[in-house]
Design a protein around this ligand. Structure first.
Ligand code: PHE
Length: 336
């Protein structure tokens, strides 16, 4: 009976149906076996052996048919297979350009021996302002359009929170780099309410502004090339004194302010310089608020915008494209 059934089938599903039909829990063989109690004890062993032989035979037949069906299927596939057709490229994901820039920057500092630290995006007023020499009534708090979660709890407006968190937990010497998201109530062509910063902090005895200058110059020349020029301009941050704004020579016009054909450089607005980071020597008041002795310890800190680095590095002109998930943009960053 099985032989006849197998000759008639044409799919693996039908084959399985026949297996169930003959060998399944309610199949033909099981039905025969259920009549075992009707036999006398003397008849049972021979009956059992015969049933077992039948079962083995049926199993072998089913297996043989399965193999032959699979071979037929494969032969049919191969008959239609054109080995000259081009293959399909496997899908390959990629890092987001912002992530890539962040990893590039952090790896430069890692190679200089800095530790990477990360911390919460929701943080306290103390870590974000108060310990950074911005008491509640300090006018400098207006410089940052803060998003409040509740009284004294904010979305951090800068990664400088990690200066405070790191110093509260550790004793000098310290050399840390803190990448992460920051938030400000700001949204236009050149600002997004969430963006990325990387904070740097070095604290020890005898750290000077020369260390800051040498470190940032080495960093910028590693990321943007040996020819990059760096300049410091006086600036102000409540948590550094003195404070500087760091500029580097324009990546587009090599600091000339105009392109090879004489047309004005739009990247640096013809100045030849690009503002790239804020930095300075850690203010003694900050050391005091984390319990360090400013008479013994000095340090420098810097903060840079990752979107800006990515835009300059990869030649992006519209900041917002980083947040639109447009595959035409993102897929250009595969493999690199
Ligand atoms: N936190 C500053 C900002 O967000 C940048 C900065 C960091 C300046 C560290 C000096 C030192 O603008």
């Amino acid at each position: 009976e099985l032989e006849k059934a197998l000759a008639a089938i044409s799919s693996l599903q039908e084959l399985e149906a026949q297996r169930v039909n003959f060998l399944g829990r309610k199949g033909h063989l099981a039905q025969i076996m259920s009549r075992l109690p009707e036999l006398s004890p003397e008849e049972r062993p021979a009956f059992g052996q015969a049933a077992n032989a039948v079962k083995n035979k049926l199993t072998a037949m089913l297996e043989e048919r399965r193999i032959s069906m699979e071979q037929e299927k494969e032969a049919a596939l191969l008959a239609n297979f054109d080995a000259t057709l081009p293959g399909r490229k496997p899908w390959q994901g990629s890092l987001h350009p912002i992530t890539r820039a962040m990893e590039e920057v952090t790896s430069v500092f890692q190679n200089m021996g800095y530790q990477i630290v990360t911390g919460p995006e929701v943080d306290t007023d103390f870590h974000c302002f108060e310990a950074l020499n911005m008491p509640p009534e300090h006018p400098a708090r207006d410089m940052q359009d803060t998003l409040y979660i509740q009284d004294k709890v904010v979305l951090r407006t800068h990664t400088s929170t990690m200066q405070v968190r790191t110093m509260l937990k550790n004793k000098p010497p310290l050399a840390i780099i803190a990448p992460g998201k920051v938030y400000r109530r700001d949204s236009d062509l050149t600002h997004t309410p969430m963006f990325h910063q990387i904070e740097g902090l070095v604290v020890d005895k005898h750290i000077t502004m020369a260390d800051l200058r040498g470190t940032l110059t080495a960093f910028l020349q590693t990321v943007f090339g040996k020819q990059t020029k760096v300049r410091f301009r006086p600036s102000f941050f409540p948590f550094t004194e003195p404070s500087v704004e760091v500029d580097m020579s324009c990546t587009q016009c090599a600091g000339k302010g105009h392109l090879a054909d004489g047309s004005p450089c739009r990247i640096c607005k013809t100045t030849g310089w690009l503002e790239i980071l804020g930095a300075g020597m850690v203010d003694p008041a900050v050391f005091e608020s984390v319990g360090y002795d400013p008479k013994e310890i000095t340090g420098f800190a810097f903060g840079l915008g990752v979107e800006r680095i990515a835009m300059l590095k990869y030649g992006i002109t519209d900041l917002r494209i980083n947040f639109e998930n447009d595959m035409r943009y993102l897929s250009q960053f595969t493999g690199a």
